[in-house]
Design a protein around this ligand. Structure first.
Ligand SMILES: [Zn+2]
Length: 259
């Protein structure tokens, strides 16, 4: 089956998204859209028999007004239900805005024929994965990112691998995998992400066992090479140095916990 993706740059003078530059809109079907603001959270918009479902509204007054206008321009309806892949504010900070406008926050998609959902423990202790079956679109939250390093701090390596396996077992080879942040991709890219993550953990462990400090690990050529694999778009200002050190420290915490 040939999947056609429409990447349309949003140019709207009244839109707050215009302030945040290149938001892209991926149209999966007449009832399924993904909004991808640069450097921000991927947002899902799905029209169902029970109303419009919004996944992961990010905070920010201007963005939310723009998002609300966007929903109305796409579906000519307001948001009926809100879902969050996890509780972090960059995925749930817009809940209150839509609740105030009459939307309902729901924890499960059990009442929707169009969705499957499951929870795993990887980025947080309660990561939800949402599958929109008619459009073959899988929202995976921050289990997976395509513009940042992996963040498997709640589930450790075992939780991360189990979460990725869960995702890979959903949908089919044409499923669109929507990460929490960064461009949506496919299962091949997710498999590479898993492989790169395991290489990263193994290399941090090797260097730590050799007695290297966090700063020395950060400057290790192999570490730099693996880190660059999490930057498939080759952004020049990919991850600031202090964030790389924090990533190494948190990886060591996961290794010491032995999970
Ligand atoms: Zn996030």
């Amino acid at each position: 089956m040939k999947i056609i993706l429409f990447f349309i740059a949003l140019i709207c003078p009244l839109s707050g998204f215009a302030d945040t530059a290149d938001t892209s809109v991926t149209k999966r079907s007449a009832n399924a859209y993904i909004l991808t603001p640069a450097y921000a959270t991927n947002i899902g918009l799905f029209n169902t028999a029970k109303g419009v479902v919004l996944i992961d509204p990010m905070p920010g007054e201007n963005q939310l007004e723009a998002l609300s206008a966007q929903v109305k321009s796409i579906f000519a309806k307001q948001v009926t239900y809100i879902l969050n892949t996890h509780e972090h504010s960059d995925h749930s900070g817009g809940n209150a805005y839509f609740i105030a406008a009459g939307s309902e926050l729901i924890q499960s998609t059990a009442a929707f024929a169009d969705f499957d959902s499951m929870t795993v423990k990887s980025h947080t202790a309660n990561d939800a994965i949402f599958v929109h079956k008619p459009s073959n679109t899988i929202f995976v939250g921050d289990i997976y990112t395509t513009n940042w390093h992996p963040t498997f701090y709640a589930g450790g390596v075992a939780g991360f691998v189990a979460a990725v396996d869960t995702i890979l077992n959903l949908g089919d080879e044409n499923s669109l995998i929507v990460p929490g942040h960064g461009k949506p991709t496919d299962k091949q890219q997710l498999k590479l992400f898993r492989q790169n993550t395991l290489q990263w953990v193994a290399q941090v462990k090797v260097l730590h066992d050799q007695g290297l400090t966090v700063s020395e690990i950060k400057n290790n050529a192999e570490i730099q090479r693996i880190l660059s694999k999490f930057n498939p778009e080759h952004k020049t200002d990919f991850i600031p140095q202090p964030a790389v050190e924090r990533f190494i420290e948190r990886t060591l915490t996961v290794i010491e916990k032995g999970v």
